[in-house]
Write a protein that binds this ligand. Structure first.
Ligand code: HEM
Length: 173
């Protein structure tokens, strides 16, 4: 297990977290916090399912399904569910920015999300057109973009889980 102080250098500074902490919002949302959390996890799961299918398709799985039709069906779903994930995620963050920002893997999670978006944008600008033209046999650029995407979104999910479910301090036997 890596030493979590490894991430000290990239943490959001305390004054910034404290500055966005707005108690009236915290108190207003208090009784609905669990609903927002459920919405975040459900939309995240729906998003992860959609992007995962697309990533596997780009990596060459189910190569008999035409890419264009597949992407046209799945992309609106991916964008809609990602939007809800971001909105509910921000609502969870603003509920208690200092507590969330103090979680060991919070910035690694944000970095994974950022890298996932950068990867998607870069692929959209370049390799996507080539992949659409290739239709069935995916070019290397599409396979790499699919694998990187899966890696980034899986990392975001794993970091989020590690934030809320820490490794036990004492191992019972
Ligand atoms: C900008 C986008 C996002 C923001 C601001 C955000 C924010 C949050 C916050 C504040 C929490 C509460 C727990 C904590 O303190 O860390 C949380 C939980 C979680 N998030 Fe996100 N999130 C975002 C996107 C994502 C994405 C893209 C994924 C997965 C691919 C994800 C997966 C999870 C999971 C699995 C939990 C754990 C829930 C739990 O066990 O309580 N989130 N998120």
């Amino acid at each position: 297990m890596a030493d979590i102080s490894l991430f000290d250098a990239i943490r959001i500074p305390f004054p910034v977290l404290a500055a966005v902490d707005w108690r009236p919002y915290h108190f207003a949302i208090q009784r609905f916090h669990f609903v927002v959390r459920i919405a975040h996890i459900m939309s995240m799961a729906a998003f992860f399912g959609g992007i995962g299918m697309l990533d596997f398709r780009l990596m060459g799985w189910r190569g008999t399904v035409p890419l264009r039709a597949f992407a046209e069906h799945v992309l609106p779903w991916v964008w809609a569910t990602f939007t809800v994930t971001v909105i509910t995620g921000l609502a969870l963050f603003l509920y208690d920015p200092v507590a969330v920002g103090a979680h060991a893997y919070w910035t690694p999670k944000l970095i994974s999300i950022g890298l996932g978006l950068v990867n998607a944008a870069m692929f959209h600008r370049g390799g996507y057109v080539v992949a659409l033209a290739a239709e069935r046999r995916m070019p290397v650029s599409a396979r790499v973009a699919g694998a990187l995407s899966l890696l980034c979104w899986s990392a975001a999910l794993v970091f989020a889980c590690m934030d809320t479910e820490g490794v036990p301090k004492v191992f019972l036997r």
